[in-house]
Design a protein around this ligand. Sequence first.
Ligand code: KG4
Ligand code: ZN
Length: 376
Amino acid sequence: MTPDRTDRNVSDGQALYPRGPILAIESSCDETACAILSPEGEVLAEKVISQEAHAAFGGVVPEIAARAHLALLPDLARKTVQASGLALHDLGAIAASTGPGLIGGLIVGANFGKGLAIALDKPFIAVNHIEAHALSARLPGVSKKNISFPFLLLLVSGGHCQCLAVEGIGQYRRLGGTIDDAAGEAFDKVAKMLGLGWPGGPQLEALAKEGNPAAFAFPRPLKGRAGCDFSFSGLKTALARQIEPYGNTALPRPVAADLSASFQQAVADVIEDRVRHAFTMMEPPTTLVSAGGVAANGVLRESLTRIAAEHDVPFVAPPLRLCTDNAVMVGWAALEVCHEAARRGLPMPDDRAVRPRPRWPLSEMQERFTVQGEAV
Ligand code: KG4
Ligand code: ZN
């Protein structure tokens, strides 16, 4: 029998696995985060610390991030458990982002999680961070209706920029991604050129409201090309050229506002075009989903809402706290993996042997559900 892919694997109101709430850890970049979810996906507690030490450097410094995770995580985990009202032995499993990401932080989070799992004699679930972003919109309560497969995900943040066909748990097809900078990285670099603070995306968006999006005719890299790859470095260079005549003098605010508005419009136009192409590269999706910090951008959201309406599908953008790096999505992805294993009649997963990896292609996630190369 084909399993119902929209259910939550809840039998008589009870999820089969895990056998108690899950503690999830996120430490793949510059957010240190913990969350506790019930086996069905209700968020019982969540805490996140956005590391501030990187602002002075205008970007994430991996060594500083790893040390900060080490300093922050034990206390944050303790406070999250306290906030949930549970005791450690009530937990049914521990999960942590185990890749891809900055290896120092991944080692801290995954080893902390494994240590706790071993001490409590509970299973450990190694979560792929991109898979966690991909499934975050399915967390109960995020959208009015359960989001069923396949859906189209646009992931746009400081570190990621890609379109994914999400065809099932463990079944992800990368339709295209950036060939240079991530979208958020481009926003941050341009904001820095304009003399704005870091992270630059939100400040650039605010300044753009005072400017004219048609003031500068910036290029639309890869627009109209086959596939759905992205490129932002040419756009960044074009903006740098406009600033050059000002040398070391501060840009007049109206000019900075016009540059911001024109740059933002170019990014939104390019993403709109790439997502339109992505629709043609997969079986008709049930939903268009966006995730990642850049998905907070109002102009981009307008474009995505328009494309979804053209295809007669809903557009779902999880609330910002779930779009940016967080541990709730890590816990939810671990639960989806457990539920899928139960649905397929497989044992509760335990990934204590899985090592943190800076790269971990989504194409490998199917292996969880295969026995000797055959899908179960
Ligand atoms: O997902 P996120 O919190 O962290 C990771 O990169 O994983 O995304 C942060 C990125 C930063 O580059 C930030 O500038 C960008 O998202 N961002 C925005 C906006 N809000 C955040 N970019 C454009 N417009 C925004 N409103
Ligand atoms: Zn992320």
